[in-house]
Design a protein around this ligand. Structure first.
Ligand SMILES: Nc1nc2c(c(=O)[nH]1)N[C@H]1C(S)=C(S)[C@@H](COP(=O)(O)O)O[C@H]1N2
Ligand SMILES: [Mo]
Length: 431
């Protein structure tokens, strides 16, 4: 489904996109069942092909259950950081209950009184706005867009040398159908004054962050002349439901194609600025070297030779979701290899699969195109013809010609990871 200009998307469509009604119902029953069995944290058992069969896909952490959520992998609890387990990426849309979570301050909202809550638009405008949720839903035209929300630090745990920060595996990402109002419509209604340069966003949370300089307010800004301003929406629905509290209820910013550091959750203040925003979150962190691919070396950083600029568009990525290496594959059994791909720069047009560690590549079948900012699923049938270990690999290309590579790559904050992904599997005689 392309980007859609209507407010509602049918329930049937969503169920289908989420992987079928039955599977969805099964999933929503899971948390209470698991909670009953385990009481608290759930530890996965080791894989059948050995404890090291699949160490790298997800983060190493216990499973935890938060309100409105299925068991997710805990990275930290204050601030809350939860990773989505691998198998939720079999479908193009990530269920809300399985969607990853990332906050920076410890005091996050756990209830919002909608009769009091307002979205404020203020600063360098002719007319400040204070809109209730129903004003947003009724006074502005609803739009829907399928968009990937990915943390800039997704896959950070793979960087060599290691970098500080949350040691995410690959699950600090998700794709959802967001519905809301265009930021541009709100700005037009407030009438931006001449001399404005940026627009700043702030959510409801307060409190300490990891360091003093990172405390009390999380603020991000976009340039008014950035073309993404025209595509940005203030979303009040996620996959046809209200946003989960942990993902930004009642509204969040959706900035298609950009890393989700800009996607402010529990969005409550929008400010039009006359000067560029120089706050901590714009200039001291969420920045990458101003070089091709944001690549640099620890030596260049140490010697002050690196100019850092805010992280922006998401580079192209693709993943093998299954097989996951947790079990052996019988010789000559046709296996459906499945995964997802996306790029912030344009539509994914090709996904290639290799069973020999990236020496020879073969095109895969692409799934439904839900628009240029969405996950695109891919699959291919693979019949292993010899026993032993195989190194599977996947590589995507977008419409702008961006393609993933194996080239070494490093930056001091551990952002923008997009190297070719691999999965080792073992094939054995069918018995
Ligand atoms: N209000 C608020 N919005 C926020 C953040 C935050 O700390 N506070 N973190 C940002 C970052 S860095 C990420 S990765 C995403 C995570 O979105 P999610 O929790 O819905 O997955 O939220 C973004 N929006
Ligand atoms: Mo992030």
């Amino acid at each position: 489904m392309p980007e859609k200009d209507s407010g509602k998307i049918s329930r049937r469509f969503l169920l289908k996109a989420l992987g079928g009604g039955a599977a969805w119902l099964g999933l929503s029953k899971l948390p209470s069942a698991l909670a009953q069995v385990s009481g608290q944290a759930i530890k996965p058992l080791p894989g059948f092909t050995g404890p090291d069969a699949n160490p790298y896909w997800g983060a190493a952490g216990p499973f935890v259950i938060y309100p409105q959520k299925l068991p997710l992998i805990q990275i930290t609890d204050r601030p809350v950081q939860l990773e989505t387990p691998r198998h939720y990426f079999l479908t193009p849309f990530t269920p809300n209950a399985a969607f990853y979570v990332r906050w920076h301050l410890e005091g996050i909202p756990n209830a919002v009184n909608l009769s009091k809550w307002r979205l404020f638009l203020e600063g360098n405008v002719e007319k400040s706005l204070a809109l209730s949720l129903s004003d947003l839903m009724k006074q502005f035209k609803p739009v829907s867009i399928a968009a990937v929300n990915q943390c800039s630090g997704n896959s950070r745990s793979r960087f060599q040398p290691r970098v500080p920060g949350a040691q995410w595996g690959n699950g600090a990402m998700g794709n959802a159908l967001f519905t809301g109002v265009r930021l541009k419509d709100l700005l037009n209604s407030a009438r931006v004054r001449t001399g404005s340069v940026q627009v700043q966003f702030e959510g409801l949370e307060k409190g300490r962050g990891l360091t003093d300089s990172a405390s009390y307010r999380f603020l991000k800004s976009l340039h008014l002349n950035d073309p993404v301003i025209h595509e940005t929406i203030v979303a009040y629905e996620m996959n046809g439901e209200p946003l989960p509290m942990l993902n930004g209820f009642p509204v969040r910013l959706v900035v298609p194609g950009k890393f989700s550091t800009f996607w402010i959750k529990a969005l409550t203040w929008i400010r039009v600025l006359k000067e560029p925003d120089t706050n901590f979150w714009m200039t001291k962190t969420y920045c990458v070297p101003d070089t091709p691919r944001g690549n640099t070396t620890p030596e260049d950083v140490k010697n002050g030779r690196v100019n850092m600029v805010p992280v922006g568009t998401m580079p192209i990525r693709s993943f093998i979701v299954t097989p996951d290496g947790s079990g052996k594959i019988p010789l000559e059994m046709p296996v459906t290899v499945r995964g997802i791909a996306f790029s912030g720069y344009g539509r994914v047009v090709k996904v290639e699969f290799s069973d020999d560690d990236g020496k020879a590549w073969k095109k895969t079948r692409l799934g439904v195109d839900y628009g240029r900012y969405s996950f695109r699923t891919w699959e291919t049938t693979w019949i292993p013809k010899r026993i032993g270990k195989y190194m599977l690999a996947v590589q995507a290309t977008d419409e702008k010609g961006n393609v993933q590579s194996d080239e070494d790559y490093w930056n001091p904050k551990g952002y923008l990871w997009n190297k070719i992904e691999r999965q080792e599997v073992t094939v054995d005689v069918a018995q």
